[in-house]
Design a binder for this molecule. Structure first.
Ligand code: RB5
Length: 149
């Protein structure tokens, strides 16, 4: 799977761990940065990853900041992106199965490496269920396009 990953300084260590985990599984992982733990602004990296996912140049995006919250807010400003902050593997499953999430955000300051690996594995392994959930995703897109859902 083609995966874009990015973080800020607070998510850097967990990003590196998740990246190594995915590369070891044979995924095609492209790191949008940063390359060090120096302080940076998370919207820069959220925008980079989200735009690539929205353009179809990556299958999924993963973003890590301190809480995952700012990354989710920023990534969701990009048309076509459904970014979710996940701290629990079961929510990773639901975010894919029901919400067809295409960007996963993680909390570098609150989620340990083993839990993050389980979240990421679940997120990648779970297909979108479609059906009634597809209708709801279309309604989200309609709101995004200026409609009433
Ligand atoms: C950085 O201090 C922190 O605000 C950021 O990593 C993130 O948690 C924002 O949502």
């Amino acid at each position: 799977m083609r995966i874009r990953i990015g973080s800020d300084h607070a998510g850097f260590a967990l990003k590196e761990s998740v990246k190594a985990h995915l590369v070891a599984q044979g995924h095609d992982v492209f790191d949008e940065g940063p390359a060090t733990q120096d302080s940076v602004d998370y919207p820069v990296y959220a925008g980079r990853v989200a735009r690539v996912v929205a353009a179809g140049e990556a299958d999924l995006g993963i973003l890590v900041c301190g809480t995952g919250l700012g990354m989710a807010i920023a990534a969701n400003k990009v048309h076509g992106v459904r970014a979710v902050q996940v701290s629990d593997p079961e929510f990773a499953r639901m975010a894919r199965a029901h919400n067809n999430a295409n960007v996963l955000t993680l909390a570098g300051r609150y989620t340990d490496e083993a839990t993050a690996a389980r979240i990421v594995d679940t997120f990648l392994a779970t297909p979108f269920e479609g059906g009634r959930h597809g209708r709801r995703i279309e309604q989200i897109s309609d709101i995004e396009n200026g409609g009433r859902g």
